[in-house]
Design a protein around this ligand. Structure first.
Ligand SMILES: Cc1cc2nc3c(=O)[nH]c(=O)nc-3n(C[C@H](O)[C@H](O)[C@H](O)COP(=O)(O)OP(=O)(O)OC[C@H]3O[C@@H](n4cnc5c(N)ncnc54)[C@H](O)[C@@H]3O)c2cc1C
Length: 418
């Protein structure tokens, strides 16, 4: 039997963390007639969600569900329930319910039509507030003992007590947006297992020459195939696009493999991966083309006729001495297997997301802490990672929904206390 309305409104549910995971939990609870209070350290909600909007807000992905679910690596079994109750299609319906149509981009990634986060977040917050969700901003969660939850506010430390709490405190990247990872010290004191945070979906450092860096930083390297062997000896290989940056390389092709490349570098650095700069031409074809008589043409003009221009020619000059630039066999071999040496990975502060965090072994199937009934944990604060492609937002919002539905289920069977 569901509790009556007066009961639900007086039931004190706190959601700590106003990112997409926490907001989705608030939505489920307020839709069910409860009046959760969302606390956040920052003056406004969803700062990282807004930042994601700067890249077009990739909400989810249109690939088939089993492939989608496999993107969460070894954490897939733990994410599966969240993805089943909040699938990529559900993500699209959710955006639509707030008045925002979505579309599938050429790579299969799904975006809101306007590719903006701010209007969507505004509409979401408006709906939540209209539906009894309260917000307490500038409330930094700093401690928890027994039934007392402590928050640092601009004026003082304030104590609260709640009937149930959903923690949605985020990972540790882009800390100026709110997720600092400070919560790990509080939860470690409770005896919970927390793996150290590591960068995920980050760039890698390459020792470009000063000339190359100056000329090509910010240049995309399109239609290349990246390959290397992961720590298990499996060949990883994918066609895509990366971006040359001042410090090295970043972009979707790099992020796809950031987990595997990080693991290799943790074992031994530097790591050499290989780029096929002409994936649609064989090495023998390239050699044949590069062996054609050049006549009076300059080397650059000759290369240009073969489609070898810009950043690709300069990459050759990065690894081959001038006297070797006229050797068709060596050139063809280098173009098909260009060695890209990754010295190290970029720091967590710059990463799009984080690996590490609170282990799933601390949680039951509802995402509630086994040792602390009534306290749930969701989103990027948990120990899982996924590449870019909309998997992060779908995963964190799915977990927000999973925990909130879990709490509702408990309330239906037990009413209170938990
Ligand atoms: C540049 C960038 C681009 C991205 N683009 C995409 C994209 O296109 N698609 C995609 O799927 N994902 C993207 N992501 C990742 C995505 O934004 C995150 O995975 C997602 O926001 C995590 O949600 P969350 O609710 O778990 O945590 P967060 O969004 O990090 O929210 C956590 C909240 O908890 C609050 N908090 C933390 N500690 C405390 C405390 N002690 N007390 C009170 N409040 C606290 C923080 O202020 C924050 O508001 C991007 C990330 C970045 C940085």
């Amino acid at each position: 039997m569901s509790p009556d309305v007066s009961d639900t409104l007086s039931f004190k549910i706190a959601i700590i963390g106003a990112g997409p995971a926490g907001l989705m939990a608030a939505q489920v609870l307020s839709d069910a007639g409860y009046a959760p209070t969302v606390f956040d350290a920052k003056p406004s909600a969803g700062r990282k969600f807004l930042q994601a909007g700067r890249g077009g807000l990739n909400l989810t992905h249109s690939e088939n569900f089993s492939l989608f679910a496999s993107r969460y690596f070894e954490a897939q079994p733990f994410l599966q329930p969240a993805l089943e109750i909040f699938s990529p299609d559900d993500m699209r319906s959710w955006a639509q319910s707030l008045g925002f149509e979505t579309y599938v981009g050429s790579s299969g990634k799904v975006y809101p039509v306007d590719k903006k986060a701010a209007p969507l977040l505004r509409a979401w917050l408006h709906q939540l507030k209209a539906n009894h969700t309260q917000f307490k901003m500038k409330h930094r969660f700093v401690g928890w003992s027994k039934d007392v939850w402590q928050f640092q506010t601009p004026d003082s430390i304030k104590d609260y007590s709640f009937d149930a709490v959903i923690l949605a405190l985020g990972g540790a990247s882009w800390p100026h947006l709110g997720s600092t990872g400070f919560w790990t010290t509080i939860l470690k004191d409770k005896g919970l297992n927390i793996s150290p945070f590591k960068p995920a979906n980050m760039g890698f450092n390459v020792s470009w020459s000063a000339v190359f860096k100056e000329k090509f930083s910010g240049t995309p390297l399109k239609n290349v195939e990246l390959s290397f062997r992961d720590i298990n000896g499996n060949l990883q290989s994918k066609l895509g696009e990366l971006l040359v940056s001042e410090y090295g390389v970043e972009g979707s092709l790099i992020y796809t493999y950031s987990k595997f490349m990080r693991e290799k570098i943790e074992q031994k650095s530097p790591l050499t991966v290989y780029l096929d700069l002409f994936p649609h031409r064989t090495q023998s074809k390239l050699k044949q083309q590069l062996s054609a008589p050049r006549g009076k043409q300059s080397l650059s003009a000759f290369w240009k006729r073969l489609g070898l221009t810009g950043v690709k020619t300069s990459l050759l000059r990065e690894v081959l001495a001038k006297e070797h630039l006229c050797e068709p066999e060596l050139l063809a071999k280098t173009l098909k297997k260009f060695p890209l040496t990754l010295d190290s990975f970029r720091p967590i502060e710059e990463a799009i997301s984080t690996a590490g965090g609170l282990g799933f072994e601390n949680l039951d199937k509802l995402l509630m802490l086994k040792d602390f009934p009534g306290v749930f944990c969701v989103g990027e604060m948990l120990d899982w990672e996924a590449p870019t492609g909309g998997y992060l937002l779908t995963g964190v919002m799915g977990q927000g929904k999973q925990a909130a539905e879990g709490l509702l289920k408990l309330l239906q069977t037990k009413n209170r206390p938990l």
